[in-house]
Design a protein around this ligand. Sequence first.
Ligand code: ASP
Length: 345
Amino acid sequence: MMFKSGTSILIIYTGGTIGMINDPETGSLAPFDFDHVMKQVPELNKFGFDLTTITFEEVVDSSNITPEIWIHLAELIERNYETYDGFVILHGTDTMAYSASALSFLLENLGKPVVFTGSQLPIGTLRTDGKENFISAIEIAAAKKNNQPLVPEVTIFFENKLYRGNRTSKHNADYFDAFRSYNYPELAKAGINITYNYSAIHYPVVKRDLHVYHTLDPNVAILKLFPGITTEVVDAFINIKGLKGLVLESFGSGNAPTQKWFIEKLSHAVANGIVVLNVSQCSAGSVDMGAYETSLGLIEAGVISGNDSTTEAAICKLMFLLGQNLTKQEMEVNLSKSLRGEINV
Ligand code: ASP
């Protein structure tokens, strides 16, 4: 692995704890300007890279991230794609897995690293995890072998591990080790050296030009099943005005109540053009519709298997595909296959 002199990385700061400071009036953490972050990590100069930063005009806590922001990020990468060797996106941890999933779909034929990172403690604090995450994310974004990027994917680097973005979920609100990728191996581990798991990284067989999509359809919802779910709850979801896609978070390997009313309501929703995608409430493992009697009704209703998708990737994939005005059949085909390594089929 080598770093060419003249390696250039674009850092996009969206907000999040990494750049926050304590507001003395409220005692809460609030986003601060990016200069603050850069001044805190003078070590970055040692890389000798050309580092350019873009700070969002209005930095946001990631709870305020929107599909419009995802499109804006994709367009920033599109505009700067030829100029930079890699991209680092600093982002709040709360919705980082959603943003990384969305970007993976919006950036087709990606041939350069797009690494999301952030931190659990602001970068200026003594025990911050932000410095380590930030420095390693930049190293990964710049890493090349035979002049080719080592990780040409949308990824999340956090607490020594690099994950495929659309396979990741935030699993811990308190500890530095905040992310997990339950259904896909880590792409790299940072110890004394950064060790890459080459067989898990996607390398394009045929190089194609980056294609950036500019539309996402936000008319989607997530219905999490629970024992005792009532007709009123299901009705409220499937009658949402304009709803086009529904992620159904089912039990275990894709199971749901077998009651007649439940299956009828889902059939009705599908007949009315709502795409229903089944993902498991379990963090690890896959939906396997038909394995149990309790998922047969879902097949009859026209529900589509989300396989081993995270909920985050599933909802973003629905927004992405619905944004393309596909036919029902095209929609089903695309949902059932892996577009960016988000499912194992
Ligand atoms: N609330 C913050 C955010 O997601 C948390 C973090 O950055 O870790 O923006």
